[in-house]
Design a protein around this ligand. Structure first.
Ligand SMILES: Cc1cc2nc3c(=O)[nH]c(=O)nc-3n(C[C@H](O)[C@H](O)[C@H](O)COP(=O)(O)OP(=O)(O)OC[C@H]3O[C@@H](n4cnc5c(N)ncnc54)[C@H](O)[C@@H]3O)c2cc1C
Ligand code: SF4
Length: 338
């Protein structure tokens, strides 16, 4: 066990000061990922800053009809909040597809965004991993890579982002609010997570010392036509091999707005808003959805063990969009278990 200091912050200012005092300090929220990583000796913080007493547990209505979700709102509280089940059922469905009821009670909104990859090599300090130890190499390239990326990977890292909630937040174009030494700023969801490039050790675009305070959702028209389809090795308690958050605004059978975000396929939730825009005005049919799937996967590349993900993703996109168009979303198996 490595020694670390523990600070329980009473205010956001306290938390930021404690983070500024030690560059290896880590924020503690639900602890469901951070503590595991410390036990595996992957995360080695010299200081832990517990933010659980900060007033970040509210879900607020916004004047424009949107919602502001505090960073400490638990995944369970968010999934079962009436405003979310009624106006953002895609988000509720994605959250309920993840983890287990116990984990969702502890896990928080901010922590879910910042959970780390589930790449086996990342969790095993005896193997090379550029994300854990920059410059050491990548065990997954040429190794066991069944769960790895088919889009946006680099020669340095082929890891995927494991979150379900983030896939829905990408489709819904959420905004992440952060606060740090340079003040408060908003980060559009598409710019929040990074592709690995030359720096796979950086998962996101947050700056040193910043804390996520909230996630904002804009008013949307996707409550009727949505689906979160998650394909995995077991029906519950397993991360996605491929997942699809599909949302449609349809009028008289024609697409007004279409959103497709993919999970389990890239270092970040994968969304191509330019491709989506080309499909506005087209009929909401299987042929249109198949054409969009082909467009989204045009650059997909397998790593060997994970080649199956390319046809799987194509079929999943078409199926999720058909479910969304029909108003018959995928129902998560443990929807009623709290
Ligand atoms: C067995 C198991 C199965 C799981 N299955 C799934 C699944 O199927 N789908 C899925 O999406 N997830 C799954 N998860 C992941 C789970 O959802 C995450 O562990 C959880 O969301 C992390 O939230 P947390 O509050 O516990 O974060 P923590 O563990 O407390 O923190 C995670 C990271 O975020 C940082 N952090 C937390 N909050 C903030 C903040 N406000 N500002 C700045 N930094 C912050 C921490 O410093 C740390 O680096 C699973 C987890 C486990 C253990
Ligand atoms: S894929 Fe990324 S996280 Fe996995 S071993 Fe390679 S560098 Fe590490």
């Amino acid at each position: 066990m490595r020694p670390f200091s523990y600070t329980r912050a009473e205010t956001l200012g306290d938390a930021m000061a404690a983070l500024a005092a030690n560059p290896t300090a880590r924020v503690l929220a639900g602890g469901t990922n951070l503590i595991d990583l410390m036990k595996y000796d992957v995360e080695r913080p010299a200081a832990i800053v517990d933010i659980n007493r900060l007033p970040l547990k509210e879900i607020e209505e916004l004047p424009d009809g949107g919602l502001r979700i505090g960073a400490l709102v638990s995944n369970a509280a968010l999934a079962y909040h009436p405003a979310v089940t009624e106006r953002y059922p895609l988000l509720a469905s994605a959250i309920l597809a993840g983890a287990s009821p116990q984990l969702r009670n502890a896990a928080t909104t901010g922590g879910n965004l910042l959970q780390r990859t589930r790449c086996y090599y990342f969790y095993d300090p005896s193997t090379p991993c550029n994300k854990r130890e920059p410059g050491s190499g990548c065990g997954a390239i040429g190794g066991v890579n069944r769960i790895h990326a088919i889009l946006g990977a680099s020669e340095h890292c082929i890891a995927t982002h494991p979150s379900d909630m983030c896939v829905a937040l990408a489709a819904l174009a959420a905004i992440v609010e952060v606060e740090g030494p340079d003040g408060r700023r908003d980060i559009p969801f598409a710019d929040f997570h990074r592709l690995p490039g030359d720096h796979p050790e950086r998962d996101n675009t947050m700056r040193q010392g910043e804390i996520i305070t909230a996630v904002r959702l804009e008013c949307n028209h996707f409550a009727r036509h949505h689906s979160y389809l998650k394909l995995r090795d077991r029906l519950s308690y397993a991360f996605a091999l491929v997942s699809v958050a599909a949302a449609l605004d349809v009028k008289d059978g024609m697409i007004v707005d279409i959103r497709v975000a993919l999970g389990g396929v890239a270092h970040k939730p994968w969304r191509d808003s330019l491709a989506e825009a080309e499909f506005a005005g087209q009929p909401a049919t299987e042929e249109t959805f198949a054409a969009l799937a082909d467009r989204l996967l045009a650059g997909a590349e397998g790593q060997g063990d994970n080649d199956f993900k390319i046809p799987m993703a194509r079929k999943a996109i078409v199926r999720a969009l058909k479910q969304a168009a029909a108003g018959t979303p995928q129902v998560q198996s443990d929807k009623r278990i709290r």
